[in-house]
Ligand binder design. Structure first.
Ligand code: SF4
Ligand code: SF4
Length: 70
């Protein structure tokens, strides 16, 4: 059971990977699809491992990630 949950806004993502590198649980990855600006956006590939620490949301320069706990 996941302790946290992330919501990613594909259109806001610039594919910088900061969130992928910051996640201690390796939840996030750059996905295979691209947004309307041509950036491959981040997806939660291991959502069940999320602990809701918010490292990803805090580091994202585009505010593309919302984190929910519980
Ligand atoms: S909230 Fe923490 S564990 Fe969950 S995806 Fe973001 S960095 Fe990873
Ligand atoms: S930090 Fe934000 S902009 Fe960068 S890859 Fe992650 S979601 Fe996309």
């Amino acid at each position: 059971m996941a302790k946290g949950r992330v919501e990613i806004s594909p259109e806001s993502c610039k594919s910088c990977s900061y969130c992928v590198m910051s996640c201690p649980k390796k939840v996030l990855a750059i996905g295979d699809e691209v947004n309307s600006k041509g950036y491959p956006f981040v997806v939660a590939k291991n959502p069940d491992d999320c602990i809701g620490c918010a490292m990803c949301g805090n580091i994202c320069p585009e505010s593309a990630i919302e984190v929910w706990r519980g």
